[in-house]
Design a protein around this ligand. Sequence first.
Ligand code: NAD
Ligand code: TYD
Length: 356
Amino acid sequence: MSVILVTGGAGFIGSNFILSELRRRDDVRIVNLDCLTYAGNPMNLAGLRGDSRYLFIHGNIGDGCWLRNLFERYRPEAVVNFAAETHVDRSILGPEPFVRTNVMGTCCLLEEARCYWESLPASGRKAFRFLHISTDEVYGSLKLDSPPFTEENPFAPNSPYSASKAAADHFVRAYGHTYGLPTLTTNCSNNYGPRQFPEKMIPLMILNALEGKALPVYGDGRNVRDWLFVEDHCDALHRVLTHGRPGETYNIGGHCEKTNLEVVTTICRMLDAIRPKAPRVPHESLITFVEDRPGHDLRYAIDSSKIEREVGWTPKETFETGLERTIRWYIENPAWVAAARSGDYHVWIKRQYAAQ
Ligand code: NAD
Ligand code: TYD
């Protein structure tokens, strides 16, 4: 049995990754270290209760002693680091937790991984991987007619969130370069799919529309994002982990650039078809333009040719099929939605959208 230490596995992408790895192979044990912030939801992995291949550990990537014990006890062959503060709007209101987890937490995890890795025999050192999950936002913002980001683009992060992720990416690179730790970094575009915390645009719009609430589009809605279905992302991560070259970074995108307004109107039209008798049909009538996000990046776009060429990955889901699966998942999982919206969710929504 090989052991993978996943961090932040109770969140959106991490939980989808754990589920997909355990579906894919029997010879793996996953230890999930997560401190369960507001975005971490144990319900995401409730289906694994009783599965001896899965172990949840409540802990923080910034706690070195704890990490040392974990490495000694479970002796992982790989670390996959998803743990992060992830919402740009929250980073604008308060950057400090982003520095603490995304920068200092990642450094702490790297340092403990290095100490453990250096204690391994040569064959173990060669096989070990540290896969760090990052974002396309580290590259900054593109003009509408600029070519998409390649791995060669210089970093130019614009938000406190992307600055913290860029800092972490630099440390990962430095640990690979200085100590030879076999690191891999992936920079992906905006994910969507089941289990995404409903502060992010797509689940927020789906749930608001289902409840006949306003759909708050920032600015003029012309900002462009590339959308990647989370299962395609997990497939890409598996391939990078097994076939990626240590020391390299890989961009991961969905070949799916859309303006925010296009995304929201597509959600509305799908809901018109799924719920034709809803009181607010057409759902587009709920769209409300609200004050723009400060420093709002105009466009992100990904050139994924390196990962396609080197590890043979391409996304499978179309935006229409992926979005329909996502909408149906939120409709079919009201208990999950209720749990996600407990805690301080309503406080956040009130604070963020107070001006409307
Ligand atoms: P998420 O916010 O849904 O989940 C983050 C998880 O990390 C939660 O379970 C949380 O409890 C855990 N966590 C936070 N701080 C921690 C700490 N100090 N120690 C241990 N656990 C901690 O995030 P996500 O959307 O699943 O994103 C996962 C990773 O992918 C992040 O690194 C993010 O930057 C990156 N990413 C996400 C997207 C996206 O569209 N969601 C796009 C690009 C990159
Ligand atoms: P988000 O899901 O927060 O991801 P990111 O900021 O990491 O790209 O936002 C996606 C896009 O949607 C972004 O351009 C901001 C916009 N947006 C809205 O227009 N309204 C909203 O209520 C939210 C949360 C986001």
